[in-house]
Design a protein around this ligand. Structure first.
Ligand code: NAD
Length: 257
């Protein structure tokens, strides 16, 4: 029996085979879950459907999290096709490229709103949509992806750090709201790992180098580190854990000097 055998999962954030959402999705499928996945828009549809072939051909639905109508439509389809869902993965962020370089204080009002809307508010919006589908299953578990730049200054991470701080606070408020419904909500704080989004952060290679040097495990994290920890937070192995931010960073965050 798999760790999530018979569970139904909704996974948001697939773009390509490096996406952290894809890694977690692979672990969920390997441990017995059936999936629905979303893609941001038609430009990504074909690629996500192709990835789906390695995930037992999940239901694939468009969803732009910056658009309430798109979120509502996605949940309508998922509700109709799957009945309910047990698990939710939110692995989505976006910031304007010019806001991920130079000093933080130059961020524009528009850039600030965009990053917070797509990277933080969207988790609350999607969690709200998922609640009735999880209640239909008697409860569930949600995970979002965050980064250490929420807690400490990381050069160039800038507005994404502010966004992740809001996201992590949302996790705690959502966990408090949804605990009585037997829904757990956690964040997985991943160390730097080369993905499409990571390319947008300027000097990302220095982040990789520095984290490998400073981390107690003396290496950078692998996609599998994220997949396993995601599976842990979504399975009953973490049944007593909610509102938590779990660092999956080879210990980087515990080191001072
Ligand atoms: P990725 O580029 O593969 O995934 C980002 C996803 O966000 C893409 O699938 C993209 O389509 C989606 N997205 C962006 N705007 C959207 C919108 N308006 N509507 C719907 N989807 C939208 O990169 P990733 O590194 O796998 O990122 C996933 C999550 O992990 C992000 O929240 C990121 O901040 C977080 N994270 C990444 C790292 C890292 O180093 N890669 C570290 C810690 C946390």
């Amino acid at each position: 029996m798999g760790l999530v055998a018979g569970k139904k999962a909704l996974v948001l954030g697939l773009a390509n085979e490096r996406s952290l959402a894809y890694v977690i999705a692979q672990y969920l499928v390997a441990e017995g879950a059936s999936l629905a996945v979303t893609y941001q828009g038609t430009a990504l549809e074909e690629r996500v459907r192709r990835l789906g072939e390695t995930l037992n051909d999940p239901l694939a639905v468009p969803c732009d999290v910056g658009d309430d109508t798109s979120i509502d439509r996605m949940f309508e389809v998922v509700g109709k096709e799957m009945g309910g869902i047990d698990l939710l993965v939110h692995a989505i962020a976006y910031a304007e490229k010019e806001d991920l370089v130079g000093p933080y204080y130059t961020v524009s009002r528009r850039g600030f709103h965009t990053a917070l809307d797509i990277g933080a508010y969207s988790f609350t919006a999607v969690a709200r949509g998922a609640v009735p589908l999880m209640e239909a299953q008697g409860g569930g578990a949600m995970v979002t992806l965050t980064y250490f730049g929420a807690e400490k200054v990381i050069q160039h991470y800038n507005i994404m750090g502010v966004t992740k701080a809001a996201l992590e606070a949302s996790v705690r408020y959502l966990a408090n709201d949804l605990g009585p419904k037997n829904i757990r909500v956690n964040a997985l704080s991943a160390g730097p790992i080369k993905t499409l989004s990571a390319k947008g952060v300027s000097d990302f290679n220095s982040m990789l180098l520095h984290s490998r040097e400073k981390a107690p495990l003396q290496r950078n994290i692998t996609p599998d580190d994220v997949g396993r920890a995601g599976l842990f937070l979504l399975s009953d192995l973490s049944s007593g854990i909610t509102g938590e931010t779990l660092h999956v960073d080879c210990g980087y965050n515990i080191v001072g000097m």
